[in-house]
Design a protein around this ligand. Sequence first.
Ligand code: C2E
Ligand code: MG
Ligand code: MG
Length: 704
Amino acid sequence: MPTAESTPRPVVLIVDDDFTGRLLERETLEQSGFAVDEAPDGETALDMLDAAAPDLVLLDVDMPGVDGFEVCRQIRARWSPCEMPVIMVTGMDDLASINHAYEVGANDFMSKPINWPILGHRTRYVLRAAEGARIQKELEEKQAAIVRAIPDMLFTVRRDGLILDAKAGVGANGAIEPGLFIGRTVADVLPGGRGAEFMDALRRALDGGMLQSLVFTVPSDGRDRHYEARIARSGNDKGVTVVRDITREKLNEEKIRRLAYYDPLTGMPNRQHFLERLAQELERTARDQRQLALLFLDLDGFKRINDTLGHGAGDALLRQVATRLKEKLRISDIVSRPGAESSAPHLARLGGDEFVIVLPSLDDAHAATAIAQRVRCALTQPFAIDEAEVSIGTSIGIALYPADGRDAATLLKHADTAMYHAKEKGRNNWQLYSQALTDQAMHRLNMENEIRKGLERDEFRLVYQPVIDTDRDTIAGLEALLRWQHPRRGLLEPSAFIPVAEESGLIVPLGRWVLHTACAQAGAWLRAGLQPARIAVNLSARQLRTPDFVADVTAAIAAGGINAQLLELELTESLLMDSDPARIDDLHRLKEAGVHFAVDDFGIGYSSLAHLTRLPIGTLKIDRSFVHGVQHNADDAGITTAIVALARNLGLDVIAEGVEAEAERDFLRQAGCSKMQGFLFAAPQPAAQIGQLLGRAAAPGRAA
Ligand code: C2E
Ligand code: MG
Ligand code: MG
């Protein structure tokens, strides 16, 4: 309980010329707990106010000399109504003097005769109201000061997004005049989806009561400005949003990141950056169960350049090396799978003349050695430094994940070791960390040379596999298949050498040989009086991309002395997706000349109907894997039936590949596919045997 001492009584100054009136007022107010001072006229009252300000003035209107109105006017010149409340006591109950009392600034009025029992209550009420107003005013002033002091903008936003109020602190970015937003909606003001995002946050703030914050970017004068908004609930239906311009912080952050993560000389990621990225890539590669290669590059003889031409030249050389590396690695065809941006290589400078390249998402280690080879060649070209021509070599060490290490540190160490190995081997070369992989790479390299020699020495052969028309029991066509009579390893099937031929580009001369040989064979059969039916030749995508492709095909047809109708070219599904108009054009030109086209191994790729209809395809060859599955796999059976139906709808011929069992044949016939190729009918055979088959087919009475 507060005691009389602890809370001083509020002081009321009674101003009245009537002695009795003053006495009664004093009596009543003191009983109600007020301390009282008295003044018998206006002049005295004003003097007393100067000496000590009371908490409230009870002021008689009618006084000789300075009247109550004048005293009130003078009080108001110095104190506001909440600082010094005034109750005017009017002699008359007329409206004019009441109005006048308010005009000069009275808080309240009472008319005589005074209702004594309520005087104390009335006085306390006026005091409390003045106190409330004073607190409110202080609060508003404080708030205004805070708004002025903080570098933020403040918005009051209604639940439906309407902006009710907006203010800006002195430090807030001048680019925005928040007052212009009043009366608009958030959706109006915030670009793109940010409005909806803000509304979600506002709703969360209003319903959950928790502070919400979001960061957004607004384009302004051709630059992006970044803002952070914090939304706090203010009542049930409104949120106060503090918006801060954080553009400068963002720029600083970016600058710091650049300093911490990039090499200032070349602009490339630095060691720290590289290690973090490598760790991420390793995680992803592990998840995708793929391989990753780390190439560690060290320039040969860099020290010599620094020593002889100076550090300026050394720096210039490093910058040029960086540029060349970036250019070399930007080439899209080093990515092992088309459309896989995620497998783009990462580059970094570790320091000095050491660079690293990360090749993520590899299917096969060979890609890494191919890139090492390319990078080495690119850096072998001379550099122009200060009018001088400078040549350097590069030693490259390659470590592979997971074979040579599963974490960044191990891979880096092993790539480094491999790089030293490369230096020992005479510099300017690449080495794989694992010997086994080096051997594998050597094998591929040997194989390339052998294919080249094999072509010169005429070691390749063609075998032919008949396509059977099971309705008529005739040979509907032949497919030419490549074999290699290897001097040491015997007869090799395509799987043993086609991949290397594809990667090295040797498939182009090899494919040309196949085309010429197949056409020549068809011509030979014709001249021997046999009717060879159509001969299918497999084409590689790379062959098709050579500029002489059309000329090659027409030359082969002419050299064989056959009608173009006799030739069918088998394309892979991936070729169908190629949208290069020049290539599509080539195919149409050949089609007009009479050549037929088939899609090989259909169903395993991703081609769509659109792809099929864009090209002059005449035949679909259902991939062996589906044919093989028709008996015991409902999916395969379904796909096979669907392909046959699709072919029929598009007016295409359809051939089933790899038919080995009678049950497969029966299923296919039932599905509407009558042309088949497979061991059930005939294996691929040399030309001589095929010649006999054709002869038998042509001979009368073959039904026997
Ligand atoms: P492909 O064009 O789909 O050829 C059909 C393959 O299936 C041939 O294998 C053939 O021997 C095999 N085959 C035929 N009937 C059956 C059967 O009933 N069961 C099983 N399991 N297999 C059967 P091959 O000759 O080993 O050729 C493999 C692939 O190599 C060919 O597949 C083709 O993509 C490619 N290829 C062959 N010759 C050439 C060529 O001259 N140029 C190009 N670019 N690729 C070729
Ligand atoms: Mg084929
Ligand atoms: Mg096939």
